[in-house]
Ligand binder design. Structure first.
Ligand code: IPE
Ligand code: IPE
Ligand code: MG
Length: 230
């Protein structure tokens, strides 16, 4: 069957998950991390090549210092504690987003994990961390201007080549959990022809069957890319 090569996930609903249980928001993030681990495993098992996880947006800095600090702590812990799992499963970790805007210890850890896993040829997991689709495009355009490119030479292929991970194919399927029908600045450029799937289920409740469901929906879609299928 036609398994999407690249799946992106807007992992939303951690706060609501906690609120439903009269717990604090951070408890939801803790459960969200467990879901992320389940879904990484499932994506590898299902033969997906690239999985982009929207982990922290350029807008998420608006949250309280406590919540931001907690999420950053979780990310750091995740990067460290999962290294053996990545090795065993030949999983390559990559980053999308502005590393310069991350706390120095997180940025260091991220660089180190990306480096340690760079030759693994299994699933590639892209952590979108301090990521915003608009910010990514701005940084790409800045690079082009810094390289002295004349305006007339700038085209779509050149912008694509200056995005954060230019070698990764555009996402085929973008999933959003927790029922909101919006993109929240995720993969704006890359998602131009992605298929979208919205699930009401909150992210901490996600498990392999949910990913399988999303893929089954994707397999039923007709992708036309603006053309006409015969
Ligand atoms: C997603 O869950 C996690 C991040 C954005 C970091 P939320 O924290 O946005 O959960 P809700 O939307 O408040 O339920
Ligand atoms: C999107 O979720 C960002 C991540 C999942 C990391 P948000 O919860 O930040 O999005 P909005 O605020 O509902 O648009
Ligand atoms: Mg949210």
């Amino acid at each position: 069957m036609n398994v999407p090569r690249h799946v992106g996930i807007i992992m939303d609903g951690n706060g609501r998950w906690a609120r439903k249980r009269n717990q604090i928001r951070t408890q939801g993030h803790l459960e969200g991390l467990k879901a992320a681990k389940r879904i990484v495993r499932a994506a590898a098992d299902l033969g997906i090549s690239y999985l982009t996880l929207y982990t922290f947006s350029t807008e998420n800095w608006k949250r309280t210092a406590d919540e931001v600090g907690f999420i950053m702590g979780l990310v750091k812990q995740y990067l460290k504690s999962e290294l053996d799992f990545y090795r065993e499963n030949r999983i390559r970790i990559r980053h999308a987003g502005d590393a310069a805007g991350l706390p120095a210890d997180i940025a260091r850890e991220l660089v180190s994990v990306c480096e340690d896993t760079r030759n693994f040829e299994g699933l590639q997991v892209v952590l979108a961390l301090n990521y915003g689709g608009r910010d990514e495009i701005v940084r790409a355009v800045r690079r082009l201007i810094e390289n002295g490119l004349p305006a007339g030479e700038i085209d779509e292929a050149l912008i694509q080549r200056n995005l954060d991970n230019p070698d990764i194919p555009n996402p085929d399927l973008i999933i959003r959990t927790a029922g909101e029908f919006r993109i929240s600045n995720f993969l704006l450029w890359e998602g131009a022809y992605a298929e979208y799937y919205i699930s009401d289920k909150l992210w901490p409740d996600w498990a392999e069957p949910d990913l399988q469901n999303a893929i089954a929906h994707f397999q039923g879609r007709e992708r036309r890319y603006g053309g006409v299928n015969s």
